[in-house]
Design a protein around this ligand. Structure first.
Ligand SMILES: *Cc1c(COP(=O)(O)O)cnc(C)c1O
Length: 361
């Protein structure tokens, strides 16, 4: 390992999380594992490799580049792939989300050229207003036409909830289900219908349909107030002290001399910063944990380093926990709260220069 700062990912906890989710959804619902953004920072290639050994065999990503990394698996792109890149979809047998007739015609042409059936999932607009076929008079006919293209297989259809409240969510769910019913009436059967992400899956167990798209919960990141599953955060962020010194009263730390010592202070420099994904706005809020004791980050957080105030003990060889799940360690949940963002944002920021170490499994 080329750095002392690293992410430790516990595959045994990951397995427990998967089992919790599978028990909750039951054997008839597909667990679509959302591994976009490098598996929310956890390392998509490694995680897919492990997950595929414990019965997960459908992976969902956002972009073509992410899908190509996982092309050995059953992988689906939930986002847009530009027309000029659609040939890669066909070539690598990736499942593509579509939301226009034109995309389907192009994929059909490419499929015809290489004599391959291209699998697509229709994204249906029900209120999020991001991507999706808008539900209008002619949509049924459009989908009917797509259904009958020779080299297109509509494997699935889905929508995404805004999660504003139950009334609004049910409105979206019903729009989607009514469309599916109308399609059945004209002989268009779509086998894999799905609506729910992690939060939705917990909130609306009656609407798991054929598949759920689960990201956050796999990594043990559960909405505290809406959580019912016994999942655990699988990631810890760790480092080691790189330098120690004593500074005198009146001396200062980091950019702008913003932190000034009131008395003689032992400080330690730590080799992580905001370029590793640690939120820069943790200034005056962040802390790390050594031997189960909290030490505040002092001064402005730099791109690659930051400083903490120590007490009298010598900690040179000790592990420094930046994020963890044990006593007095900052959880991803707390980091999200302190950095005024959400948990997915905290973990998906971890940059590529941070080594990932996998334990267990
Ligand atoms: C990212 C994403 C998900 C997963 O969301 P979580 O809240 O992490 O479970 C599901 N569906 C779509 C369309 C997504 O983009």
């Amino acid at each position: 390992m080329l750095r002392d700062t690293y992410l430790e990912i516990d595959l045994d906890l990951l397995k427990n999380n998967i089992q919790e989710i599978q028990n909750f959804i039951g054997p008839d619902v597909i667990l679509g594992a959302v591994v976009k953004a490098n598996a929310y920072g956890h390392g998509a290639v490694e995680l897919a490799k492990y997950l595929s050994t414990i019965g997960v065999n459908r992976f969902l990503v956002a972009t073509l580049s992410e899908a190509l990394e996982l092309k050995a698996y059953n992988v689906m792109i939930m986002g847009h792939t530009p027309d000029r890149l659609l040939e890669h979809i066909v070539e690598n047998q990736i499942i593509q989300t579509v939301f226009t007739l034109d995309q389907c015609l192009k994929l059909n042409e490419l499929g015809k050229k290489s004599n391959q059936i291209v699998k697509v999932h229709l994204k249906i607009e029900t209120g999020f207003n991001r991507l999706g076929f808008q539900i209008k008079e002619d949509l049924i006919e459009t989908i009917h036409d797509i259904y009958h293209l020779d080299f297109i297989e509509i494997e699935g259809a889905f929508t995404h909830l805004t999660l504003k409240d139950e009334t609004s969510d049910m409105l979206q769910i019903n729009k989607f289900l009514n469309l599916m019913k109308d399609l059945e009436k004209i002989g268009v059967h779509i086998p894999i219908q799905h609506i729910l992400d992690s939060i939705g899956m917990v909130l609306y167990p009656d609407y798991h349909l054929n598949m759920v798209r689960v990201g956050a919960l796999i990594y043990g990141l559960q909405s505290e107030e809406r959580g019912v599953l016994k999942v655990k955060q699988i990631l810890s962020f760790k480092t080691k002290i790189s330098h120690k010194k004593v500074i005198q009263a009146g001396e200062s730390i980091s950019y702008g001399n913003r932190w000034v010592a009131k008395k003689q202070t032992r400080i330690a420099t730590l080799p992580f910063g905001y370029a590793d994904g640690y939120p820069r706005n943790m200034y005056q809020k962040g802390y790390v944990t050594i031997n189960q004791k909290k030490y505040p980050i002092i001064g402005v957080i730099c791109m690659d380093q930051c400083m903490i105030a120590l007490d009298e003990d010598d900690y040179s060889e000790e592990e420094v926990i930046i994020l963890g799940r044990k006593v007095n360690e900052m959880t991803v949940e707390e980091a999200a709260h302190l950095a005024e963002t959400n948990k997915n944002d905290i973990v998906s920021r971890f940059s590529l220069r941070v080594p990932r170490v996998y334990v267990g499994g």
